[in-house]
Design a protein around this ligand. Structure first.
Ligand code: NAP
Length: 240
C-alpha cells in the first residue's frame, strides 16, 4: 500500500502528464489518473508511477475511482485536480445540455466528491498542512462568451477552492492555479494562436513547466490557502 501519495487527475497527456513526471522526479509517490489509455501511460508505469483509469463524467464512476484509490493507498499528501474538458458551447441546446453536465461533473462534482472522500486520509498538521490544488483558468474571472459553460464551471471550481479552504483548515490547504495560454489546444487555429500571443504580455506560450513551478511553490509553502495563482504571462490584463 502506498503512503503520502500525491494524486494528479488527467495525467494521460499534455500538462497533467508533465506534472506527474515532474512530481515523481522531485521524489513524490505519485498516483496518476487517466481516462483514455495512451502509450504515455506505459511510460508512467515504467517510471514506477501507479496509474488508475476513470471517467470522471459520472457520479458512480467517480465514487468507484475513490474506492479503487483506497485499495492501493493508505494516505495522501496532496491532490491535484487537473482533469478538464475544453470546448466552445454548442449552438444546439440539446448538445449544450450534455456539455453542461460534462463540464459540471469533471470540473466541479469530481473534485468535490474526491476531496470529500479523501479528506480523512490526508496527511497534514498545523505546521505542515496537506494540499489540495484545483487547476482552474483565467476564464473563471474574465470569461469568454463562446466558452461560457466551461468558464462558469471553472469559476465554480474556484469557489470550491474558497469554501474548502475554510472547511478543511487548518490541516489541509486548498488553492487554485489559474493558467492562461500554457499549451495551445489542437483546435486553436494559427490565427487564434497569433491573437492570443498578441494579448499576452510575455508574448509566448508558458509551457507545462510553468504550471508545475506554481504547484511546487504551493506544495512547499505552508501559509497559503484559499488563494489562486495566475500563470498566464499577463494575458488576464489584456484579454478582451
Ligand atoms: N492548455 C492551456 O493553455 C490551459 C489554459 C487554461 C487552463 N488550463 C487548464 O490546465 C489543465 C491542463 O490543461 P491541458 O491543456 O493539459 O488539458 P487537456 O489537454 O484538455 O487535458 C485534460 C485531461 O483531462 C482528462 N479528462 C477530460 N475529460 C475527462 C473525463 N470525463 N474523465 C476523466 N478525465 C478527463 C483528459 O483525458 P483524455 O486524455 O482521456 O481526454 C486529459 O488527460 C486543465 O485543467 C485546463 O483547464 C490549460
Amino acid at each position: 500500500m502506498l503512503e503520502n501519495a500525491v494524486l494528479i487527475t488527467g495525467a494521460g497527456r499534455r500538462i497533467g502528464l508533465h506534472i506527474a513526471k515532474r512530481l515523481f522526479d522531485d521524489g513524490h509517490t505519485v498516483i496518476a489518473h487517466y481516462r483514455k489509455y495512451t502509450d504515455d501511460i506505459n511510460i508512467l508505469t515504467d517510471m514506477g508511477i501507479t496509474v488508475i483509469q476513470a471517467d470522471l463524467n459520472h457520479s458512480n464512476k467517480i465514487l468507484q475511482f475513490v474506492a479503487n484509490l483506497k485499495t492501493c493507498c493508505l494516505s495522501f499528501r496532496a491532490i491535484i485536480h487537473n482533469a478538464s474538458s475544453f470546448e466552445a458551447t454548442s449552438e444546439n441546446l440539446s448538445k449544450a445540455a450534455i456539455q453542461f453536465d460534462n463540464f459540471f461533473n469533471v470540473h466541479m462534482k469530481a473534485p468535490f466528491l474526491i476531496n470529500q472522500s479523501l479528506q480523512f486520509l490526508m496527511v497534514g498538521e498545523i505546521n505542515d498542512p496537506a494540499n489540495i490544488i484545483h487547476i482552474t483558468d483565467i476564464n473563471a474571472k474574465n470569461p469568454t462568451p463562446i466558452f461560457d459553460i466551461y468558464g462558469a464551471t471553472k469559476a465554480g471550481l474556484h469557489n470550491l477552492t474558497l469554501v474548502l479552504a475554510k472547511k478543511f483548515a487548518p490541516t489541509i490547504k486548498v488553492n487554485s492555479i489559474a493558467p492562461g495560454p500554457v499549451l495551445f489546444a489542437e483546435q486553436h487555429s494559427g490565427q487564434t494562436r497569433g491573437q492570443i500571443l498578441n494579448e499576452t504580455l510575455l508574448a509566448k506560450e508558458g509551457g507545462a513547466e510553468s504550471v508545475y513551478l506554481a504547484i511546487k511553490s504551493l506544495l512547499t509553502n505552508p501559509f497559503i490557502t484559499g488563494s489562486s495563482i495566475t500563470v498566464d504571462g499577463g494575458r488576464r490584463l489584456t484579454k478582451s
